[in-house]
Write a protein that binds this ligand. Structure first.
Ligand code: C2O
Ligand code: CU
Ligand code: CU
Length: 573
């Protein structure tokens, strides 16, 4: 630890002398359409003039393309891992079946291709993708593996909002990272003193003098951002993690914890020629948020080296906006209302589950972690919860540690019911998949429903989105279990047969058994000459199969369940 401190002090002094030059903000390319190809690769990036930083990216040296998806449309993703390391890719915030979710069980070995395919069920909004291999998430994300997903739909398109990507609608990935004296990215220490937006240090962006939409994503390993603009320029938050809010919320500051997204509109009308800073007002963060002057509730809780990081407890620039002329087709006002919501009601809940965060060690080092949930560290082999399919549940999060944790759940979006017993602030009333749980007995309750997908074998994750905490075990997993039907009892002639629809199919076919609730051990597609063309080990019905890669023609589906072998003929047209 002592050594690390020395390196950091040296590094900080060095940066102080490098002067301030501005770099044009990097805007990732977009990819869209029914098939998206991502290649995970090693790269090299010049983060500091004269130095080459080893990074990782999707289809490039760092970060990844912005994936544009449409609600209710199928997408077929080809993810090729060219690293010499195993990884996974998780679609953070998307409501997909667990075998497509990219959690820690869905390895992509070096050289392997992973081919998830699913229908987009999500609301128009801002989501993201990143690796999720247990123990390696922080390393892979910190080295650059992160990208945006933008979902579009007709409800969002009916609103007068800026939506021209890279013109009046910008994705902003906010990160702080730590670098060693050779300008290589390091992890697992509190010296994340380098601010990067879309991988760009000291970034500048030209924006038109009109309403501009920013899709903010805090992709930092630990740091909470407290976003605002200089000159106390106000803005409107229009969307949270899972889509647009019911109505815009006028704000001067917005806290954004790791994993969280927010869409904001800032009206720059009449400001041509001005330079405005997008800031993180860290000096205003309450104690016990990572990034505040005190990371814990009191001076007694220290993280070694934390106070050496000049970003902690201070205000710093994320991005400089240079305002140019307005564009002819610009938006100049903020809509009064956005999207109607129908949150689940507490009275609809089937169950309440409690998740208590606790430090492994009590006392003055409690804040340094590791942290546990319900007295357990993450264990790949242990399923922490079995949730009945279609359950509506209240989850109660209780934080018995001295630092606030951003809790994230896979599969679903939720509605926050209360924070420390109070109704949530307006910015927390939309659909969420990450929520900050305040320190020192802080209590958050949310409600959600586990619908659409179930699988008796492949779990979803819930965890703290501070990546150091996650990697050190502040994570658990749950199965959404199939409705239990005991088919064993049925006489042979009533035993289920395989149903395929639509048949003929074009891109996707749904496979199910009459009962809709059966596991299969393996599933194969063979062509007419009996050659296997697709296979899937373990899963449960209903199962959605992508045919996008296959030539048109007839195929046989073979699958094994506890009843034996089932075969059906399908046609791709
Ligand atoms: Cu963004 Cu399980 O993570
Ligand atoms: Cu996630
Ligand atoms: Cu945490």
């Amino acid at each position: 630890m002592k050594n690390k401190i020395k390196i950091a002090v040296f590094a900080l002094l060095f940066y102080a002398n490098t002067g301030y030059s501005q770099n044009t903000l990097f805007i990732p390319d977009t990819v869209s359409g029914p098939m998206v190809t991502l290649q995970i690769q090693n790269g090299q990036t010049t983060c500091f003039p004269g130095f080459t930083t080893q990074t990782m990216g999707f289809n490039g040296n760092i970060l990844g393309p912005t994936i544009l998806l449409r609600r209710n449309r199928p997408v077929d993703l080809r993810v090729l891992n060219t690293l010499s390391d195993t990884t996974t890719v998780h679609w953070h915030g998307l409501h997909v079946a667990p075998q497509h979710d990219g959690g820690p069980h869905t390895y992509i070995l070096p050289g392997a291709l992973w081919n998830p395919a699913f229908t987009v069920h999500d609301w128009a909004g801002t989501y993201w993708y990143h690796p999720h291999l247990h123990y390696k998430t922080n390393e892979h994300v910190s080295k650059g593996l992160a990208g945006f997903i933008i979902v579009r739909d007709s409800l969002e398109e009916a609103l007068a909002l800026p939506r021209t990507y890279g013109v009046d609608d910008f994705p902003l990935l906010l990160q702080t990272k730590s670098f060693d004296s050779n300008r290589q990215i390091t992890i697992d220490n509190p010296y994340d003193s380098v601010v990067l937006v879309n991988g760009t240090r000291q970034a500048i962006l030209n924006v038109p003098a009109q309403c501009v939409r920013f899709r903010l994503l805090n992709g930092s390993s630990e740091r909470v951002m407290n976003v605002g603009f200089t000159s106390n320029l106000g803005f409107h938050m229009i969307g949270s993690d899972g889509g647009l809010l019911e109505q815009p919320v006028a704000l001067n500051r917005l806290q954004l914890a790791p994993g969280e997204r927010a869409e904001v509109l800032v009206n720059l009308q009449g400001r041509t020629g001005q330079s405005i800073q997008l800031m993180s007002y860290g000096a205003e963060l309450p104690n016990a948020f990572y990034g505040a002057a005190q990371p814990g509730m009191g001076a007694g809780q220290v993280i070694p080296g934390y106070s050496l990081n000049p970003l902690n407890g201070s205000n710093f620039t994320l991005l400089t906006l240079s305002v140019g002329a307005a564009l002819p087709q610009g938006v100049f006002s903020v809509p009064a209302t956005l999207i109607p919501h129908e949150p689940w009601l507490e009275s609809q809940a089937d169950t309440t589950r409690t998740f208590t965060f606790m430090p492994e060690n009590m006392g003055p080092t409690a804040i340094q972690g590791p942290f546990m949930i319900n007295n357990q560290h993450f264990d790949m082999q242990v399923i922490n919860h079995r949730i009945p399919f279609n359950n509506t549940e209240i989850w109660e999060l209780v934080n018995q540690t001295p630092i606030a944790h951003p809790f994230h759940i896979h599969d679903v979006q939720f509605y926050v019911l209360s924070v420390n017993g109070q109704l949530p602030a307006p910015q927390l009333r939309g659909r969420k998949d990450v929520v900050m749980v305040p320190a020192g007995m802080g209590r958050v309750r949310f409600i959600t429903r586990f619908e659409t997908h179930h699988n008796n074998h492949i779990p979803y994750m819930y965890h703290c989105h501070m990546l150091t905490h996650e990697d050190h075990g502040m994570m658990g997993q749950f199965l959404v279990v199939s409705p239990s039907v005991d088919l064993e009892e049925l006489p042979k002639k009533h035993q289920p047969s395989l149903i395929c629809y639509p048949n003929p199919a074009s891109d996707f076919i749904h496979l199910t058994m009459k009962t809709d609730a059966l596991d299969f051990w393996n599933l194969k597609l063979r062509d007419l000459r009996g050659r296997p063309v697709l296979r899937q080990d373990k899963g449960s019905f209903p199962f959605e199969l992508s045919l996008v890669t296959l030539p048109k023609g007839a195929y046989f589906v073979h699958c094994h369940t506890k009843y034996g072998k089932h075969v059906a003929k399908i046609l791709r047209h």
